[in-house]
Design a binder for this molecule. Structure first.
Ligand code: ATP
Ligand code: MG
Length: 482
């Protein structure tokens, strides 16, 4: 452990704090001290400590707010909380918000130190590695925030992919889970980072425009083609990375052309006869089940295997609940800086609301909620009234709450894309049944479109229709058989 490491001790003044300070100093650590949340927030920002030891019950609020704030920082410190009882709601919130451990009062300084030391050692090693690997500032690498096992596994895969110079990567996951973020991280962490990263959404253009965009065209290749011809993305990204988003939407002829790029590193411009050779790494992403597309004959099997050399599956935000607090803090700080607002973090109630939300729109939804909160909040802490959470998403945990029984009994009406969704109660199941029913009716039972609009694959849709007994009657109307 390096002697420069600093521990911020947040505790009312008295013998306990003095004993903690003495033990930390004895162990070669520098200490700084705060009585309450307010001064702790200031020291956190000014001193960027390596560890925070905080009492959860503070004079001006809950220590779990500080935990979330600290855990959301880039290079988050190691956090240990001290609580009266280990099973309180506060303790659970602190752990979910990013505390390494919560130690029961009366706590011995030795116990706190024994918890901190291995984590501080890890942190020192990590910082050292980062310093030696530091890249020039001209390569902005997006921060992947999170500390859940699921996102840590993704970070490891990103590191592996970055060091594998040419290997093609396929990133799969629901919309808003961070697929593009991961693609950028792989590029900027890898040896191609001095060369361009070029992204294109294959679903946004029709086939001929996409072909011209990707492969370029020769002069006179088609009406409107500009006089001199033009380089496509693959040529422009030579030496760098091309990110093909929504690859599942690519037409069969373009899939064939892409396969050739992967096999031979060459292609012809639209209207061209000469082969163009390029050195690009390809990262593809999709929110569809690409293997299912292969099974349905819509995606080439050979291309699938060429793309899927290094697969990365992005977990939904619901699968990494531990990340909600640090991510929210990260986005709040980002928007507070950008919008010059005084927002510093979340109140304990607001944090709990975010942790209980089901996040159907994943990280993008959380980011939007935080942006809105910063816009409407004029104080230091975001409160529940500043959170615009989607109505149709159900709180995560509701079985044990008495209020949820009451709300479940009342019917509810939500408006989605201008259409009214009426459900007999507010259980997630009823919402889902009615949402599927509504989209099926709107698309006139077009299964592919319905699945796309709902952001699920077709087999999942079929299974849900079977489970919920949703089927089409002769007159093309929907009925539910159960
Ligand atoms: N782990 C993370 N840490 C910080 N920001 C994140 C993280 N994951 C996602 N984001 C942010 O959330 C937003 C959505 O991420 P991104 O665009 O990469 O998702 P996506 O999976 O490509 O979505 P879509 O399928 O809709 O294109 C972006 O602003 C991104 O920077
Ligand atoms: Mg994307």
């Amino acid at each position: 452990m390096t002697s420069q490491q600093t521990v911020l001790i947040v505790h009312p003044p008295g013998v306990v704090r003095a004993a903690l300070v003495a033990a930390m100093r004895e162990a070669g650590l520098r200490t700084s001290e705060a009585d309450d949340l307010l001064s702790a927030g200031r020291l956190l920002a000014e001193e960027n400590p390596d560890a925070v030891v905080t009492e959860l019950r503070l004079a001006d609020g809950s220590g779990s707010e500080l935990v979330a704030r600290a855990a959301g920082r880039d290079d988050a410190p190691v956090i240990v909380a001290i609580s009266e009882k280990p099973e309180t709601r506060e303790t659970v919130i602190a752990l979910r918000s990013g505390a390494l451990d919560v130690i029961e009062r009366p706590c011995s300084p030795e116990r706190v130190l024994a918890t901190l030391q291995p984590a501080l050692l890890d942190r020192a090693r990590r910082m050292q590695r980062r310093r030696t690997e530091a890249r020039p500032a001209s390569n902005p690498r997006p921060a992947i925030v999170g500390q859940s096992p699921a996102i840590k596994a993704v970070m490891e895969q990103v590191a592996r992919a970055a060091s594998a110079h040419d290997t093609t990567v396929l990133v799969q996951g629901e919309s808003g889970t961070g697929k593009e973020l991961v693609a950028r991280a792989i590029h900027y962490d890898g040896p191609r980072n001095e060369r361009p990263f070029m992204a294109i959404n294959c679903a946004a253009l029709n086939e001929s425009l996409l072909e011209a965009e990707l492969f370029g065209y020769e002069k006179g290749a088609f009406t409107g083609a500009n006089g001199t011809g033009r380089k496509g993305l693959f040529e422009a990204a030579d030496g760098g990375t091309v990110f093909l988003d929504e690859i599942g939407e690519m037409s069969a002829p373009l899939q064939a052309k892409l396969l050739r790029v992967l096999q031979e590193s060459s292609f012809k411009r639209v209207g061209g006869t000469q082969d163009v050779n390029v050195d690009v790494r390809i990262i593809a992403a999709t929110n569809r089940d690409l293997w299912e597309e292969v099974a349905l004959g819509r995606f080439r099997k050979d291309l699938y295997f060429r793309l899927n050399v290094l697969p990365i599956r992005m977990p939904t935000l619901q699968e990494r609940q531990l990340d909600v607090a640090p991510m929210a803090q990260h986005f709040l700080e980002h928007f507070a800086r950008a919008l010059r607002k005084p927002v510093q973090g979340l109140s304990a109630d607001a944090l709990r609301m975010l942790q209980e939300h089901s996040w159907p729109g994943n990280v993008r939804e959380l980011r939007n909620v935080c942006e809105y909160a910063v816009i409407v909040c004029d104080g230091a802490l975001v409160e529940p009234r500043h959170l615009a959470l989607s109505e149709h998403a159900q709180p995560r945990r509701q079985e044990s709450s008495t209020t949820s029984t009451a709300t479940r009994e009342s019917s509810s009406v939500s408006t989605i894309n201008g259409c009214t969704l009426t459900v007999k109660d507010r259980s997630l199941r009823s919402m889902e049944v009615e949402l599927i029913r509504m989209v099926l009716e709107q698309t006139r039972f077009n299964i592919a479109r319905t699945a796309r609009e709902l952001g699920i694959n077709r087999s999942t849709l079929y299974n849900k229709m079977k489970d919920y007994g949703l089927c089409r009657e002769e007159r093309h109307e929907l009925r539910q058989t159960v």
